[in-house]
Design a protein around this ligand. Structure first.
Ligand code: GTP
Ligand code: SPV
Ligand code: MN
Length: 596
């Protein structure tokens, strides 16, 4: 239940927190201050309030019980990288891949916009815990927001209320202040103050800009803490892969936004691999700490999914379809006349359909897609049928492999393994992939997105590479590093690899490499599977397609490395020498290889 701040409810709340809440309320001037406890009653009252206000549409209670549709402002549908700032004291700490604003300037600018921005609104106080209860790796944040959509979403995405306040007794907390403001895109700011552990986000109500626990806290601020404290905060999925003999291999995967993390996490084995399974730990973020034995242990800071809807279907991902059938908030999907959600790639479209902006939509006639390409669903991780029993383990899961990936219609083979940790760090650092609809801007343009962290690293990316290199096989049991690419296109413009559930074939090869069992060919770029080692009985794919998917084109790689060199040059003096040396070695290997 939402309770207005009284002396009683403030009991048990550290003074530091209540003082901050009061000081913000004095500036933003909400009608009411409501402390959220994360209960079901509270969630119901939030969604009922939005339904009466018309900002949420209740879906068909019979087919989609407790599900809702939210339509956002048409100009507020994706992350806004151009409005995202790192406000470190020193500009160089933000580095060449981030926007920077001086902290004083940012405070002054935002202070003006905050004045009275919550007039006639409720300010929700959302204490949230990231990570398992009683884990040394977990963290607390508090988000203040005037958006009931954000409050309800936070209750799905994090552990709100008691668990957070308990953890807060002996820990610091990250402060997040969010206001929808006027949603004026010209005054949109998502500002991060690493020195103050503070986030301020104004004039957007979109997930990645407004759910401050997610990219702002768990990645941008956490990456700075991770650098200072010797761990990693990464844009990575975490899964446990179960082999037929019952052994579990945990791997993480860093792929840029809208590039397959959720789908790999929720993979249902194809019929020909029924004795394998994939257990989900995280679909978007991993906090990885080397333990005292040097083992990399990963936790999921989040408790829910905020994931891409289009192209999810019973064919591509039945486990997701099952999961989103109840207790889910959909954002910017299309709606049929029987109040069920619909999106492109789900299957045949219903006869009558409203698009994501609520306009009647007719296939072949209406412009654009019915669902927004970045339409999403928000669902609790507890709803997921193949959730790893280790999801809540306070010590995390031990990681054997790290996979880098992303959309590359050419060049990058289906899968290969690095020669060493340092070579693997180079593979991550030179990740160059096609942009997607998850961020505003053009789609399908190649850009450097090192470790899938270009939009999320809260400090200088060259220092970040150095931080990765500070882990080494001499001191830690570092995971093996792989790159995958299920997005290679054939001459007809179609995907060469069927992807989705079939990606388990690739995961199987990775697991078997970790267990010293799978064969590989040494190529200049790394270890590539022999076609035989990738073959799984029952998978129907022509041998010629497999050879094409595994082909390494030396000349094309040399071209690619030209652009890597330019990217590395743009990072200036701080670029680690080790990385430069690894790049030169790769160029030498490609130049002296006569096979291709
Ligand atoms: P964020 O939530 O933005 O970080 O994205 P993500 O990396 O979790 O991406 P997600 O799994 O949601 O996939 C994004 C889009 O790619 C969806 O439309 C998927 O259906 C599609 N997709 C995922 N895996 C595959 C695959 O193996 N092959 C193909 N062709 N498409 C895929
Ligand atoms: C991404 O863009 O990588 C996402 C969605 O996971 S958001 O939380 O909006 O950033
Ligand atoms: Mn993401």
């Amino acid at each position: 239940m939402i309770i207005t701040l009284t002396q009683e409810s403030a009991n048990g709340v550290p003074k530091k927190l209540s003082q901050w809440v009061h000081s913000v309320a004095e500036i933003t001037k909400p009608d009411t201050v409501a402390w959220c406890d994360g209960s079901e009653e509270e969630f119901s009252s939030l969604v009922e309030g939005m339904s009466s206000a018309g900002t949420l549409i209740k879906l068909n209670e019979r087919t989609y019980p407790n599900c809702y549709l939210h339509r956002s402002d048409p100009n507020d549908v994706a992350r806004s990288e151009e409005a995202t700032f790192i406000c470190s004291q020193d500009k160089d700490d933000a580095g060449p891949t981030n926007n920077w604003m001086a902290p004083d300037e940012a405070h002054a600018k935002l202070r003006q916009l905050l004045e009275g921005c919550m007039l006639r609104r409720t300010m929700y106080v959302i204490p949230y815990l990231l990570g398992p209860v009683n884990s040394p790796y977990s963290q607390v944040g508090v988000e203040l927001t005037d958006s009931p959509y954000v409050a309800a979403s936070m209750e799905i995405m994090t552990k709100v209320g008691h668990a957070a306040l308990e953890h807060l007794r002996n820990d610091e907390f990250v402060k997040g202040l969010h206001s929808m403001g006027t949603l004026d895109p010209r005054s949109k700011y998502i500002c991060h103050f690493p020195d103050e552990k503070l986030i301020m986000s104004l004039n957007s109500n979109y997930g990645g800009n407004a759910l401050l626990s997610k990219k702002c806290h768990s990645l941008r601020l956490a990456s700075v803490m991770a650098r200072d404290e010797g761990w990693l905060a990464e844009h990575m999925l975490i899964i446990g892969i179960e082999a037929p003999d019952g052994t579990l291999t945990y791997v993480t995967g860093a792929f840029p936004s809208a590039s397959g993390k959720t789908n790999l996490t929720m993979l249902k084995p194809p019929d020909y691999m029924k004795r394998w399974n994939v257990w989900a730990v995280s679909d978007d973020i991993a906090w990885i700490h080397p333990d005292t034995d040097g083992v990399f242990r990963a936790i999921n800071p989040e408790s829910g999914f905020f994931a891409v809807a289009p192209n999810t279907s019973l064919k591509t991902n039945p486990r997701i379809m099952e999961m989103v059938k109840s207790n889910t908030i959909f954002t910017n999907v299309a709606l049929s006349s029987d109040q069920t959600p619909w999106w492109e790639g789900m299957g045949e479209h219903p006869r009558k359909l409203w698009d994501w902006q609520g306009r009647v939509w007719t296939a072949g006639k209406s412009p654009g897609s019915a669902a927004h390409p970045n339409s999403r669903f928000t669902t609790s991780i507890r709803q997921y049928p193949s959730l790893s029993p280790e999801y809540d383990n306070p010590n995390g899961v031990p990681i054997s492999a790290i996979i880098f990936g992303g959309r590359r219609s050419e060049l990058v083979p289906l899968v290969y393994e690095s020669f060493s940790w340092e070579h693997g760090v180079l593979i991550g650092a030179m990740l160059r992939v096609e942009t997607t609809a998850a961020a505003s801007g053009e789609v399908g343009v190649l850009r450097n997105d090192p470790m899938a962290m270009k939009p999320f690293c809260g400090y200088n990316i060259a220092d970040y590479f150095n931080h990765w290199l500070s882990f080494s096989s001499k001191r830690q049991k570092v995971p093996r590093i792989f790159q995958i690419n299920p997005f290679r296109l054939g001459p007809d413009g179609r995907f060469l690899w069927p992807g989705y559930s079939h990606n388990l074939v690739v995961l199987k090869w990775i697991v078997e490499r970790c267990r010293g069992r799978a064969e590989a060919i040494e190529t200049p770029i790394g270890y590539v599977p022999t076609p035989a080692s990738l073959k799984v009985d029952g998978m129907n794919i022509p041998e010629t397609t497999v050879s094409e998917l595994l082909r390494v084109d030396n000349a094309a790689w040399l071209d690619e490395l030209e652009s890597t060199m330019l990217f590395f040059e743009s990072l200036g003096e701080k670029l680690p020498k080790t990385l430069q040396r690894e790049l030169e070695r790769l160029i030498d290997r490609l130049g002296s290889d006569t096979h291709n």
